[in-house]
Structures are given as C-alpha cells and as structure tokens.
Design a protein around this ligand. Structure first.
Ligand code: HGY
Ligand code: MN
Ligand code: MN
Length: 393
C-alpha cells in the first residue's frame, strides 16, 4: 500500500505536493478506492468530498479511523497517509484475528486537511461539522484565483450540497486518527506510540503591506515607502514576541508584488502561523505582533491590513475517551500537540475521538525528511487494530 501511494505527487526534492482538487489529489483518491475495493469495502464520497470506505453498511456506532491524503507544499510522506494506510492495514489485521465485526467500520480520508491551496485548514471536516460556512468556503481562492467550487467542479465534484453533514457524524461511534508525531516527545520517552491529550489553539493571519513601487536605482531612501522593510521587521518582531510568550509564531509564506530585482516592492503579502498552549496567550501574542507591525508600517509610510484566515480553538480530548484507549493499549504516554488535525475538529463537534501518535525519530514534519521507522508504524497498526477490535468485534 505504502509503495503504491509513494509516487503520487512526489517532487524532485523528495517532498510531496498533493493539493486539494488537483491531479495529485485525484490520484490519491484513485489509490484509496483501489485499496478499499481490494478489501471489499464500498466507498462513498460525501457532499464535502471526504472519502469513506465502509466495511459493512454505514450504520450507527461505527468505528471510524483514517486521516488525510493531502500535503503541505514539499511535505513528508507520513503526515496524513500514515493514518489512512494504517486504517486499511488494521482491517487486514482484524480479519486475520478472525473477527466478524458486529458494528460498521470505516476508513476515512478527509479532504484538504492542510489548507495548502485555499488557505484554511481541515476544510473537509470543518464543512461536515458545520464549523466552516459553505458560501464563504466555496468562495476561497487559490494563488491563481481559482475558487474552491470551481476546483471541485473541474474534478467532477458538484459543490451544490457542500455543508454540514450531521448524518455522517451521527454514524460515528468513535473516531480514532493515527498520525505520525510531529515532534520528539515519544523519542525522548522511548515509546513507539502515544495518545493525544490536547491540540493547542492556533491560527493563520494574512498580512497585506501596501507601499509604493518604484525604481531601485533612482529612488532616494528617504523617498521610499518600502513594504519589504515593514515585513522584515514584522518577522523579527513575531519571533521575539513568541519567545517572550513561550509560544510559536512563523512567517513561512510570502509573496512580493511585483517581485523585480530592480524594483522597490509595491506590496508584500505574508502569512503568520501562530500557536500557543492556551487561547489567552495566543490572542495576546497575535495582538502584540500586529501592533508592532502597524507601528513600523506607519513609520515606513506603508498601509497594513491584517486578516484572520483560519482560527482553531484549543481542543481537549475528553479524559473519558482517552481512558478507554489507554486501558486497551497498556497506558501509553499522553501528549499535547501544536499540530492541528481533523480529529480535533470532530472532537470539538462532540464526536467521541482519540488520536494515536506514532514515534518520529527526528520529530521533523512538513518536510521531505519526515520519517517513522517501520517497526513503530507496525506498532501503530497493532494499537489501532486493538481499538478497532474492542469497539467493533
Ligand atoms: O498545520 C497543522 O497543524 C496541520 O498540519 N494542518
Ligand atoms: Mn500537516
Ligand atoms: Mn496531518
């Protein structure tokens, strides 16, 4: 399974570019349908484009597992796919144990978890839980100006029914997402798997710095309104404020208009990703960064507008749901994470949820260097199988 998916959307860097509703996404969906068919599982594409492979007819109190198949630009092989592959592998292991499921089982691949193309994370799960407004979401555009609904239609998915899907959620008895750990906690604890306790609040803000384009060779420094200066100071201010707050702030994506070597930029658009252990810290941090950016832009004669594009509140996985999984698995380590997941969106919507982490030897993620050892991946499958059997067999 792993080898069959690996070539899809692979870049020269060894990383992956599997953006939602692109050819790479369609190839991932083809792979998903093939694996489901191999196991005699029926596949349903729901109104929001999420894929559900069912063992048995969709019904109440089902055991649902899975994750996502899309990636960040240049992402790693494990973030998302490990959870989907492990879901199918757990079905094989469950059958090998001679279990005839008494409850339905599904493997799900949520669409557009990374938000790499349209800017908002976990779109598939947010739409299904009603956490994302359908009209606003369908109007989101990618860097070419293509709307989400146009991208869906271009791939044969009718966007007309996009929106909350209470029926899909009511069928879920428990959702367990297995995911490569995006950090080093399990390495330091010497454990192959762990359970998530919480997902930090986090969000994405777009910074638009508007200055005055001009000639780099003839414009005196005093006459410039250079948005690049305001942007550069903002990146440094974000780092300092995050350090002081014991939180995280990252500018990882920036576009410059017009982007000429010999032209003073007319405009700079940059995206801030910020995360903190609690919501008050995050709010204070994001406010402090915007205040310093505004002050500096004023001195540069640059107009700044800051737009919140995606905000995810703190998610605590309810202890009761954790205890069930912990007891079944011999009480593995429990850890919070700064990475967002569809499991967090479902948990916030009241779906009984648990997250299983698989050890990542370096902790590196959102990079071609992302890795998990095969033995640890198999330990993840064994743990997922144990939970599946306890719920469904
Ligand atoms: O950004 C995140 O935390 C996740 O990878 N979508
Ligand atoms: Mn990710
Ligand atoms: Mn992920």
């Amino acid at each position: 399974m792993w080898a069959d998916l690996l070539p899809v959307g692979r870049m020269g860097s060894g990383g992956f570019r599997r953006f939602a509703w692109t050819a790479a996404d369609m190839a991932c969906r083809e792979w998903f349908r093939g694996e489901a068919a191999t196991r005699g599982m029926d596949v349903d594409t729901d109104r929001n484009g999420n894929l559900w492979a069912w063992l048995g007819p969709p019904g109440p109190d089902s055991f649902v597992t899975g994750s996502h198949l899309d990636s960040v630009p240049g992402g790693g092989a494990y973030d998302g796919p490990l959870g989907v592959v492990s879901g199918f592998a757990a079905i094989d292991a469950l059958r090998a144990r001679g279990c005839t499921p008494k409850r339905p089982i599904a493997v799900v691949a949520f669409t557009d978890e990374e938000g790499a193309r349209f800017g908002v994370a976990c779109l598939g799960s947010r739409l299904s839980t009603g956490a994302a407004d359908p009209a606003r979401t369908l109007a989101l555009t990618d860097s070419d100006g293509t709307r989400l609904d146009e991208a869906m239609s271009a791939q044969g998915h009718d966007p007309v029914h996009v929106g909350a899907d209470p029926g899909a959620l009511q069928r879920i008895g428990v959702f367990v997402e297995l995911h490569v750990e995006q950090g080093r906690a399990l390495v330091d604890l010497g454990a192959p798997i762990g359970l998530a306790t919480a997902i930090w609040p986090h969000g994405r803000w777009r910074y638009d710095f508007a200055g005055e384009g001009n000639h780099a060779g003839t414009t005196a420094l005093a006459d410039r309104r250079d948005p690049m200066l305001s942007y550069a100071m903002t990146v440094l201010a974000a780092r300092k404020q995050a350090r002081l707050a014991g939180a995280l702030a990252t500018f990882g994506k920036v576009t410059v208009d017009p982007g000429g070597t010999n032209a003073i930029a007319a405009g700079v658009t940059a995206w801030l990703d910020s995360r903190a252990p609690d919501e008050a810290t995050l709010t204070d941090l994001v406010t402090a960064i915007a205040a310093q950016a505004t002050e500096r832009a004023g001195r540069d004669g640059v107009r700044l507008s800051v737009t919140a594009e995606s905000e995810t509140p703190l998610v605590d996985f309810p202890a009761g749901q954790l205890d069930w999984a912990a007891t079944a698995l011999g009480d593995p380590p429990r850890l919070a994470t700064g990475a967002g997941h569809d499991a967090g969106v479902l948990a916030r919507a009241g779906v009984p949820t648990a997250m299983l982490f698989v050890r990542n030897p370096t902790g590196v993620s959102h990079s071609p260097a992302e890795h998990a050892d095969q033995d640890d991946c198999l330990a993840g499958v064994a743990a997922l199988t144990e939970l599946m059997v306890r719920h469904a067999c």
